[in-house]
Design a protein around this ligand. Structure first.
Ligand SMILES: [Zn+2]
Length: 160
């Protein structure tokens, strides 16, 4: 099986490359967590299991307000040493939570408006969104197991 390429996102949804035929499929944020089939070859697409990079504010707002699953957002920057420690941890958490939660990354240098909007004063910063709202945040580097625990403990309850 071909490894999935980087998942992209925009203001309308996730762009997933089909591992069977290579077609790029769009998955609406509101359908996250559901079984999704490739529009071309009709095979099931694997649920998104890798961190996605947020390209702009429009994509971020669409994702966090419409996602049917909890979304963990890491605010980071390339010059941040502690962020480099987190970088290899996030793919593990994303893979473990495929179909249960989504991991997104915001480069605070590329999308500075978001850092301002969320009052990000230190990085790395993890912010958990559920049902269109921020439900928790935690600053500082965390190992994969701690990140997973953070998501699981804070995303419980509500209308799941
Ligand atoms: Zn396909």
């Amino acid at each position: 099986m071909i490894a999935t390429h980087a998942i992209e996102l925009d203001e309308r949804g996730l762009l997933l490359t089909c591992p069977h035929c290579g077609k790029i499929n769009r998955m609406d944020y509101s359908r996250l967590g559901q079984t999704f089939r490739c529009g071309q070859c009709h095979n099931d697409l694997p649920p998104p299991g890798e961190p996605v990079e947020v390209p702009n504010e429009a994509a971020f707002n669409a994702l966090t307000t419409r996602a049917a699953l909890p979304v963990l957002v890491e605010f980071y920057a390339d010059w941040c040493g502690a962020c480099k420690m987190v970088a290899p941890e996030l793919p593990k958490v994303a893979a473990e939570g495929a179909g249960r939660w989504l991991i997104a990354k915001v480069n605070t240098d590329n999308v500075p408006g978001l850092a301002q909007q969320f009052d990000v004063t230190g990085i790395p910063l993890m912010v958990l969104f559920k049902g269109g709202a921020e439900v928790a945040r935690q600053a500082g580097a965390m190992a994969a197991s701690a990140i997973r625990q953070f998501i699981e403990s804070r995303s419980r309850g509500g209308n799941t």
